[in-house]
Design a protein. Structure first.
Length: 282
């Protein structure tokens, strides 16, 4: 691939400085931009019209991932060839992969999610670790959920660690942010969605819920903090508080593992009662 712009070699370049500032939440919020690193994230961002604003790539990465760079340019992104030092300066990873995208915010208003009448939703009520938030988003995507909601008590969706942990799933399904948990639960119930709080001390057992056939309808799972779970006032909002049974000797499951189990249980129950849904939801 032949260069179309001079290679950026100075970390002090205005474009590099602007991208580097996006590591901080206040700058992300002000500019409504965030970083997506690596070929997978950049590819998925470029597939969403109007999302990828800029792309920084080393000459080696631009040659290796010529299709991704070409698609980014075709989608209207401004492509900058950059030195490895510049990429390292922008990147938040220890071993950058040579591609860093600057993306426009893509969160969806909560009201639009409700209008779509979702059948499976993950609500992150008090999740503070960005890696966990991104991993749960990835689990929700894999299980076929139609939406994810991050409440105002949860981590920033666009934290670089959250974006990286989602492995591109951030760009696959609607995500609402900053929704008070009371509003999230009330809205979902109003849309005909059964709200289940996932908690290790829940009165209901996930296996029993499946055996009793109560999991086949529209469902939202509420997941809490990694260390202390869900507060009592949040559990009280749900239609039921459900625990994942521990059949072995493990003390508990971590947040992402529990979320995967719960979301896949609902997805399986919904397919059993309503038939296997296609990718477009029909």
């Amino acid at each position: 691939m032949s260069p179309v712009t001079p290679e950026l070699i100075s970390p002090r370049s205005p474009r590099v400085s602007a991208a580097r500032r996006l590591e901080k939440r206040n700058f992300r919020g002000k500019e409504r931009l965030f970083l997506a690193e690596g070929p997978q994230a950049v590819r998925e961002a470029g597939a969403v019209p109007g999302t990828l604003a800029e792309l920084f790539a080393t000459v080696e990465a631009a040659e290796r991932y010529a299709d991704i760079v070409g698609d980014a340019r075709d989608a209207g992104a401004r492509v900058h060839l950059a030195s490895e030092q510049v990429i390292a300066d922008i990147s938040t990873t220890v071993t950058p992969q040579g591609l860093v995208g600057v993306c426009r915010f893509i969160d969806t208003p909560f009201e639009e999610i409700l209008k779509a009448r979702p059948r499976l939703v993950a609500v992150l009520a008090h999740v503070r670790d960005p890696g966990n938030a991104g991993t749960v988003l990835r689990c929700a995507d894999a299980a076929g959920a139609e939406a994810v909601v991050l409440t105002d008590a949860s981590v920033d969706l666009y934290n670089p660690k959250a974006v990286r942990a989602s492995v591109g799933s951030l760009f696959h399904l609607p995500v609402a942010v900053g929704v008070p948990v009371e509003q999230a639960v009330a809205g979902l119930k109003g849309a005909g969605v059964r709200v289940l709080a996932a908690d290790g001390a829940g009165a209901h057992d996930l296996d029993e819920e499946l055996d009793h056939g109560t999991m086949g309808g529209p469902t939202a799972w509420v997941f809490g903090n990694e260390a202390w779970g869900l507060p009592e006032e949040t559990r009280a909002l749900a239609d039921a508080v459900v625990r994942v049974p521990i059949h072995g000797r493990a003390e508990s499951l971590n947040l992402a593992s529990a979320a995967a189990v719960c979301l896949y249980a609902s997805a399986r129950a919904q397919r059993a009662t309503g038939g296997c849904r296609t990718v477009n939801g029909s």
